[in-house]
Design a protein around this ligand. Structure first.
Ligand code: URA
Length: 442
């Protein structure tokens, strides 16, 4: 086998075998195949696509390129959840304790935020003392003892994906559905879960801006799951405005606590119940969606889910008192409000700009090495379709300085557009993709 032959084969629209894909990926990871050959192959994939089987083979070749986490010591079907990323997406903070309270073992790896999107690890680190680097033994023992643990990635998972993603980034080959789908699924499979629930975001704050692209990505990932025996379902959900109202780490933890107290924003609550119901179904704990939702609602109402959050925080060294008294979480010393310049209805929110605005306030990172301030962020007072009066608050900024840079404020102001006509709010849930079918919620 040689790389030139395989690049030519893909360029001509032929299908590569499992062995051929493995040859390319392991050779590239070891450094035997140079960047320019993998770049040429990735470009051929962008034009010619990959079959379902090739995409699954690529996924498993990337899984096999590094370490894999073995969760077999944990009893039960381990179901992971993955979001393709967005603004104000604190779903994991609510969902993980909720489904754990209902009996699903949660052994989760999460990442930090970059650019306009936040990361679960950063949000959890807003809680005093919360540790995100558990040894493998402690991680597994905690899931066995309390049903839930979350870790930042420490072992060397999917090195092929890291190398290939960096190459794709500089060769205009990121935008290929099979390459994106295999990249995401390889990381999920390497972390050892038996089944996967995907939250694929669409809209102006999402990686996949167009609904059709989000649907195609979801269907490709569900097909990979089927071919590699990891039962996978995907929900396509709206990211044309931030999820909930809080953006910024400590503020998002507070909103997650409110949601577990049954007083959270409707969209965050509904998305959590929808994803949670799918997790209960895949784990075999519920047999119908209706009974899954009933179990989850009862864990919310009787306080079991909130108690699980406290137990989780305490087990990872965090101050559970901050969950009882969220006012003890880091708080920014200054506030500034942005008000509506005219009356009307919220027509559009530039979600990416809101995420970048929060990042500029200090809540996120422009580069991987940048540090963040857990206390700062913003609260959105209006969502798309809401009516608004001139002078009413649109955003409250939580700041570390008395006054924020004018340019940051004016960009945030421009991110929220007001119409003089009533506006229909976007639908939160768009599609559910299972191994058997795609169901439209629209
Ligand atoms: N996110 C990933 O993890 N991989 C991609 O290729 C794109 C987005």
């Amino acid at each position: 086998m040689n790389a030139v032959e395989l690049i030519r084969k893909k360029r001509n629209g032929q299908t590569l075998s499992e062995e051929e894909i493995d040859f390319l990926i392991q050779g590239y990871t070891r450094g035997d195949i140079p960047d320019y050959q993998l770049a040429a192959w990735a470009m051929a994939v962008c034009f010619q696509g990959m079959s379902e089987q090739e995409t699954a083979d690529l996924t498993m070749a990337m899984v096999d390129s590094g370490e894999k986490i073995d969760l077999s010591a944990i009893k039960g079907i381990k179901v992971d959840k993955h979001s393709t990323g967005g603004v104000g997406d604190k779903t994991t903070l609510v969902l993980a304790p909720l489904v754990a309270a209902a009996g699903v073992p949660v052994a989760k790896m999460s990442g930090r935020g970059l650019g306009h999107t936040g990361g679960t690890i950063d949000k959890l680190e807003a809680i005093k003392g919360f540790k995100v680097e558990l040894s493998s033994e402690r991680f597994i023992r905690q899931v066995q003892e309390i049903g839930l643990a979350l870790n930042a990635q420490t072992v060397d998972l999917t090195p092929a994906d890291k190398k290939l993603y960096a190459l794709r980034d500089v060769t205009a080959t990121v935008d290929s559905i099979p390459l994106i789908a295999s990249s995401i699924m390889s990381k999920k499979i390497a972390t050892g879960s038996d089944a996967i629930v995907l939250d694929v975001k669409t809209g102006n704050g999402a990686f996949m801006k167009k609904e059709a692209d989000a649907l195609a990505l979801a269907q490709t990932m569900v097909s990979i799951g089927r071919l590699v025996q990891r039962n996978t379902v995907a929900v396509i959900s709206d990211m044309s405005q931030p999820l909930g109202c809080a953006v910024g780490n400590s503020l998002e933890v507070k909103e997650a606590i409110q949601t577990l107290q049954g007083q959270g924003p409707d969209d965050l609550t509904e998305l959590t119940l929808t994803l949670g119901a799918q997790m209960l179904l895949l784990s075999g704990i519920a047999s119908t969606e209706q009974s899954a939702r009933k179990q989850l609602l009862s864990c919310l109402r009787d306080g079991k889910a909130l108690a699980k959050l406290k137990q989780w925080v305490a087990s990872q060294g965090g101050d559970a008192g901050q969950i009882d008294q969220p006012e003890l979480l880091p708080a920014a010393p200054f506030r500034q409000v942005i008000t509506a310049e005219k009356s009307g209805w919220i027509r559009q929110i530039d979600t990416e700009e809101i995420g970048l605005g929060a990042m500029r306030l200090g809540a996120g990172r422009a580069t991987k090495e940048a540090s963040i301030d857990h206390a700062v962020g913003l609260i959105l007072h209006k969502k798309v379709g809401d009516s608004v009066k001139e002078g009413e608050n649109l955003l409250t900024l939580h700041l570390r300085h008395q006054e924020e840079d004018r340019e940051v404020i004016s960009r945030l102001q421009r991110a929220i557009q007001i119409s003089s006509e009533p506006v229909k709010p976007p639908t939160l849930l768009k599609y559910l993709v299972t191994q058997a079918e795609t169901i439209s919620f629209l």
